[in-house]
Ligand binder design. Structure first.
Ligand code: FAD
Length: 605
């Protein structure tokens, strides 16, 4: 597109990834029923439309975690209650036309990106004639509103966009991770802090053979970093009867990984459908959710919601041991259930599941802390990985532990019911959106077992080490020093790679979010440490402004709504209980049409 100083539009969509496509698809469905209206949409994204975070050029060893049967960008016949204007292929149907690697159960993320790219082209080619779309290949860096309430956006260039309404679909681009290290200069280019590891190829290009690297975080991003620094450096894994063995290329660095617990994340159970079992709740029922919300009282997640989730988990664990062979204190929990515990009130269930010996026993399964010097922690981590891989291979039906832990992910409908859009009544957003969500992530949003086997092989060959739980890297006199319980005094490292959160914003993207806040167009959800968790939205996914009477026509969807629309860090997916993104996009389209004065069937309001 030729650079232009000013663009007028009915709707500006900031970000052109999968969530933006969903909104566009819903707008197409709305436009098809309003033939007398013409809707002009500008989508701003410096990258191509569709892939978003799933770059089509990334290396093939970065694997897309969801099963092929799950994602679709077209609701057509797949999501009940939503009619589609534009039929299109699901990811699986698209793969069946010869795309991707059909021998693989799990595709690479590059292939997922190619599907999204295809979906964007298919969508735009088939839009109804009264919906016009322009792709502005630029980053939006600022937003303001005039005294008359008119929205103004500035994109790099600069290009000024004056839409009647806007939708934010900026993905994980909320927080600039490098802000944490601002003002902490390192002494030399060798002692570098890599606050944003993506895109891995370019961000890790300077990590050289023989260097000592510290990776903060042991989640999915850390596994990506490991893949880049091993397979990406020419190493390979060989299958042997005893398991995988890593054959180094000699171009790898030495890698220390650490986190608060230094415990690896759990792998997904084999054969699980995309992330969840069919869920029939015993404790997390709609009735209990209604009881919790009765009288619109404030809700404390830690004491009123989390214990109910632990109760659901404990019950599953006990059902997996019908012969009663469970150790105390779970046997005590079993007796409590036998005496009618599941029928007691929310307060009584929560009271019991907050008893320290009960809660600690369950938390020990979810949050083991590995801390025994470097060699000891490595042995503990390898045992954890072996046990977990074995449980994963048994699947949900064969492993009572995996089935019990799956309660965390199955709890999402209940959790959404009780905390979404209740910003002012949720007492402890830090616990709900950080502590609890990190427990969910580390226990249920893990890699496929093969990735855990690769991690195990890297630990076995000594190329990767695990520093004990509670370790940290600090900048001292310009040097990066890894310190922790049982570590030799101040172990020097050449690079620190921050792989512990998904806030991937480049500085200009973070500046855009800050400008929304400073212009009063949005309100933040913050953690106890004041770090931004997300932006507040109401039930229509509309941003809550700092002045509640102002009501700016700006909507948001996707990870930026974390803290509001809980639990949405996946590609739109037709798995039961995970279809929220389609309905969120639909609510946005309906609310937008109403605000812009577009009534159905072409009639003027
Ligand atoms: C590393 C990684 C791996 C993942 N793996 C999986 C997986 O295996 N399976 C799964 O289901 N989910 C996975 N997810 C989650 C899932 O991909 C995301 O939740 C999903 O992509 C969100 O879609 P989105 O459209 O909201 O955001 P994105 O896909 O991130 O797209 C956002 C777009 O907004 C643009 N943008 C941001 N700020 C601006 C701005 N100021 N101006 C203009 N454009 C802007 C960006 O360039 C980007 O193209 C992964 C996420 C990450 C980060």
């Amino acid at each position: 597109m030729a650079a232009r100083a000013e663009l007028l539009a009915d709707i500006l969509i900031v970000g052109g990834g999968s969530r933006a496509l969903l909104v566009l698809e819903r707008l197409a469905a709305a436009a098809a029923t309003r033939p007398n209206w013409t809707l002009r949409v500008v989508i701003a994204d410096p990258g191509p439309l569709g892939p978003g975070v799933h770059d089509i050029d990334q290396p093939p060893y970065l694997i897309f975690n969801s099963p092929n049967s799950c994602p679709t960008m077209f609701v057509d016949r797949r999501v009940s209650r939503l009619d589609s204007a534009i039929p299109g292929k699901s990811f699986k149907e698209w793969l069946d036309t010869g795309e991707g690697d059909r021998t693989q159960d799990f595709q690479s993320r590059a292939v997922a990106g190619r599907y999204l790219s295809w979906a964007a082209r298919h969508l735009i080619t088939n839009l109804p004639p009264n919906l016009q779309v322009e792709h502005l290949r630029r980053t939006v860096v600022a937003a303001t509103s005039s005294s008359s309430g008119r929205l103004n956006f500035e994109a790099e260039g600069p290009v000024y966009i004056r839409p009647r309404a806007a939708v934010l679909a900026v993905g994980h681009s909320v927080l600039d991770a490098s802000e944490e290290f601002a003002g902490l200069p390192t002494a030399s280019p060798q002692a570098e802090i890599i606050a944003r590891p993506f895109p891995l190829r370019t961000q890790l290009a300077n990590v050289g053979e023989g260097q000592v690297i510290a990776v903060r975080g042991l989640g999915l991003t850390a596994l990506d970093v490991l893949a880049e620094l091993t397979i990406g450096r020419g190493g390979r894994f060989e299958s042997h009867t005893a398991g995988l063995r890593y054959v180094p290329s000699g171009r790898e660095p030495s890698i220390y990984l650490y986190s608060r617990s230094s415990c690896p994340i759990r792998a997904r159970p084999e054969g699980s459908f995309g992330g969840s079992s069919p869920f029939v709740p015993t404790i997390l029922t709609a009735k209990r959710a209604a009881d919790l919300l009765r009288d619109d009282q404030p809700v404390e997640f830690r004491t009123q919601v989390f214990p109910l989730i632990l109760a659901e988990m404990a019950l599953r664990l006990l059902r997996g041991h019908p012969d009663g062979s469970v150790p105390d204190p779970l046997a005590t929990v079993g007796r409590w259930f036998d005496e009618g515990g599941a029928r007691r009130s929310n307060a009584e269930v929560c009271g019991f599941f907050q008893l320290p010996h009960v809660q600690d026993a369950l938390l020990a399964l979810l949050r083991p802390v590995l801390c025994d010097g470097v060699p000891g922690t490595r042995v503990l981590a390898m045992k954890f990985l072996r046990d977990d891989i074995r449980d994963s291979q048994r699947g949900l039906a064969g492993s009572p532990l995996k089935y019990a832990i799956e309660a965390l992910i199955d709890a999402r409908v209940f959790v959404k019911q009780v905390i979404d859009f209740r910003h002012d009544r949720l007492i402890d957003p830090q616990f709900a959106y950080r502590t609890f969500s990190s427990l969910v992530n580390r226990n249920t949003i893990g890699p496929q077992p093969r990735k855990s086997e690769e991690f195990l092989a890297l630990l076995e060959c000594g190329l990767a080490e695990i520093a004990p739980g509670g370790s940290s890297v600090t900048v001292q006199r310009g040097e990066l020093l890894l310190t922790g319980p049982g570590l030799p005094e101040g172990t020097a490292v050449d690079r620190l790679i921050c792989a512990d959160h998904l806030n991937l914003a480049r500085p200009e993207q973070a500046a855009f979010i800050r400008s929304l806040l400073s212009a009063g167009l949005a309100l933040p959800v913050r953690g106890d440490d004041q770090m931004l968790i997300g932006l507040k939205v109401d039930r229509h996914m509309r941003l809550v402004p700092s002045n509640p009477k102002a009501g700016f026509p700006i909507w948001a969807i996707g990870p930026i709504c974390d803290g509001s629309a809980y639990y949405n860090n996946y590609l739109p997916c037709i798995q039961p209980d995970a279809e929220f993104p389609y309905f969120e996009a639909d609510r946005i389209a309906r609310s937008l049409c109403k605000t812009l004065g577009m009534s159905p069937n072409g009639g003027r309001p």
